[in-house]
Ligand binder design. Structure first.
Ligand code: SF4
Ligand code: SF4
Ligand code: SF4
Length: 254
């Protein structure tokens, strides 16, 4: 990239619902300004042109097929900066629920009896976050990502600053939003151990935190487990609550 050239940005999608890319597209007010500073060269949800020449790659989705491993390694080789876009990509996300079952059972649940009759093997492997396959430079958490966080991340990156990573629990956002604590209303919540930055949106809109952004660094899991148990949950209930978004956790290189 020459000094006068805009950084070339690509978006890639692996196993996911593509909701995080949709959040990027929902920045319709900000996009005209953003496009003055970057050139988007690959974004399947928004354009049909494609280029393999890019500097920054936003990677959405977890890895759940062998061909995705190959494709992701190619992205890593090309991009100067790789950003995990959303929970599927950062921690494996909901896709990792399939890892609880034998793969043959998973195939049959999706494809029925035809799974066994398929003339070529169905390419499915346990789901994993992208950092189980390649090095990742930055993580944007959330299912989906927060639009506000995406914009401030991109601004910092383009200004040559190190983007901030939120490392406070959702409870901090929740207090700032002026919510009444779900525990006080007799419910349960994973906010005390979950990474904030989402403005505690689920609590604000009447539910509780499901832990979609993954744990804060050094979460006090034992203390939170005790709290949940004090509020009437069994050890099994507690494990289930943590498991929805917490099954993969990352780390396995392949
Ligand atoms: S993190 Fe959530 S919203 Fe984003 S792609 Fe995965 S499932 Fe969809
Ligand atoms: S509702 Fe949840 S996120 Fe909000 S303060 Fe209570 S425990 Fe924390
Ligand atoms: S409140 Fe919890 S589940 Fe909801 S967006 Fe924030 S981190 Fe995710």
């Amino acid at each position: 990239m020459g000094p006068q050239e805009k950084p070339r940005v690509a978006f890639f999608s692996f196993t996911c619902c593509e909701g995080c890319q949709l959040m990027v597209l929902s920045c319709e007010k900000e996009l005209p300004d953003i496009l003055k500073h970057i050139k988007i060269v690959n974004f399947r949800e928004a354009m049909s042109e494609k280029s393999d020449d890019y500097d920054i790659a936003f990677v959405e989705g977890s890895i759940s097929r062998r061909d995705e491993i190959k494709k992701l390694k190619k992205v890593r080789k090309q991009a100067r900066v790789v950003v995990a876009l959303g929970t599927c990509s950062s921690t494996g996300g909901l896709n990792c629920l399939k890892n609880r079952y034998p793969m043959e059972e998973v195939k049959e649940a999706v494809y029925g009896k035809r799974a066994a009759l398929s003339y070529k093997p169905i390419d499915t492997i346990p789901a994993r976050p992208i950092d189980a396959v390649v090095e990742v430079d930055y993580y944007l958490h959330g299912c989906p990502i927060s639009k506000k966080e995406f914009l401030s991340f991109l601004t910092a990156l383009l200004m040559g600053k190190k983007p901030d990573t939120v490392n406070h629990p959702v409870c901090v956002d929740c207090k700032m939003a002026g919510n009444i604590c779900v525990f006080e209303k007799g419910g349960h919540c994973l906010g005390p151990v979950t990474r904030g930055g989402c403005d505690a949106i689920c609590v604000t809109y009447g539910t509780w935190c499901w832990g979609c952004r993954g744990p804060v660094d050094n979460p006090n899991i034992d203390s939170h487990r005790e709290t949940l148990e004090r509020y009437g949950l069994t050890a099994e209930d507690v494990a289930k609550k943590f498991a929805l978004y917490g099954e993969c956790g990352g780390g396995r290189k392949c």
